[in-house]
Ligand binder design. Structure first.
Ligand SMILES: Cc1cc2nc3c(=O)[nH]c(=O)nc-3n(C[C@H](O)[C@H](O)[C@H](O)COP(=O)(O)OP(=O)(O)OC[C@H]3O[C@@H](n4cnc5c(N)ncnc54)[C@H](O)[C@@H]3O)c2cc1C
Length: 284
């Protein structure tokens, strides 16, 4: 289908973009890579009067390292993040998850910021961002505020970013010395995850000292598997010990039922995939 008619603006600065959002209110819609917004417009699920393209705002793009924090501009496309050595080495879980997003064409256009604001519960980037305790920098008429990942995802396709605000950057802590793995379950290649698990684990000797586990598509938002995280601390890095802790992966979740599987199937998948992800993260 063809989208409804809209005006188009391509501001050069964040301030200009914010000015347009303030002026047009909920009649304006921001576009980043367009990989989620364009299908929405074509299906006429949304018909904004003005589309504000962030593609010319250079300050929103790129990757910077400040000590132990890697700052990724919201408009940085997936393929640039994948090519970045620092992200691969120090924010490995995010790198691993992005390798699983869609296909190379979509990864060329789609942006990390667009994916996070779109907040599809099946999106691959939410769970690692949550498990890594990243911070989201949101800029609006009142200036900049920093939202912890745990407070960013508010509901189905809903985040802490207001209609007059922009997500401008994602600050990801470096996890030097941690093991990580993103385990995604799909029926066919390049599919959205039926369930996926983002696991990040630090070991000391033969046991687990810290664990951070994020779940994809196990509720309306990405979730932390807190019971598993608690159960893994102090556990040996053996199949049996990891399995016992990961059996609790579905606790506190509310997975959907759809043509790919019902809620019970997803709960089962969560336990299996969490075990696989943790064992891969500890090198077991
Ligand atoms: C065929 C296909 C398969 C896909 N498969 C997967 C998959 O397997 N896994 C996966 O995770 N994703 C998948 N995607 C989605 C892809 O990751 C999108 O790129 C992503 O969801 C949106 O990023 P974008 O930059 O294209 O954002 P856009 O589509 O441009 O925008 C998405 C939404 O975010 C808002 N927005 C964008 N940037 C900002 C900002 N900086 N501040 C405030 N609001 C903003 C827009 O207004 C819009 O509402 C797939 C997409 C397609 C088309």
């Amino acid at each position: 289908m063809i989208p409804a008619k809209f005006d188009y603006a391509a501001p050069a600065t964040v301030e200009e973009a914010l000015g347009l959002l303030a002026e047009h209110g909920d009649e304006a819609k921001v576009i980043a890579g367009g990989q989620s917004l364009l299908p929405v417009l074509r299906m006429r699920l949304n018909a904004p009067e003005l589309v504000v393209d962030l593609g010319r705002i250079e300050s929103l793009r790129g990757i910077r390292v400040d000590g132990d924090t890697v700052t990724i501009g919201a408009m940085t496309p997936y393929h640039e993040i994948l090519a970045d050595e620092t992200v691969r080495e120090r924010c490995t879980l995010l790198h691993q998850a992005i390798t699983e997003v869609a296909d190379p064409q979509i990864r060329h256009r789609g942006t990390l910021g667009g994916a996070l604001v779109h907040a599809d519960p099946a999106g691959d980037c939410g769970a690692p961002v949550l498990a890594m305790d990243a911070e989201l920098v949101v800029t609006g008429p009142g200036g900049e505020r920093v939202v912890p990942a745990a407070e960013f995802f508010e509901g189905l396709f809903t985040t802490a970013v207001g209609e007059d605000e922009l997500l401008t950057a994602i600050r990801v802590p470096a996890y030097d010395g941690w093991g990580s793995h993103y385990e995604k379950f799909v029926r066919i290649a390049h599919q959205w995850p039926i369930v996926a698990v983002a696991a990040q684990v630090r070991t000391e000797g033969g046991s687990i000292a810290e664990a951070r586990i994020g779940l994809t598509n196990m509720g309306a938002t990405p979730l932390r598997a807190s019971a598993v995280e608690a159960g893994l601390v102090g556990a040996a890095t053996t199949q049996e010990a990891v399995r016992a802790a990961c059996d609790r992966a579905a606790e506190g979740t509310d997975p959907p039922s759809d043509l790919n599987g019902d809620a019970d199937y997803r709960r089962h998948l969560a336990t299996v995939l969490t075990r696989r992800a943790v064992l891969a993260a500890v090198g077991g």
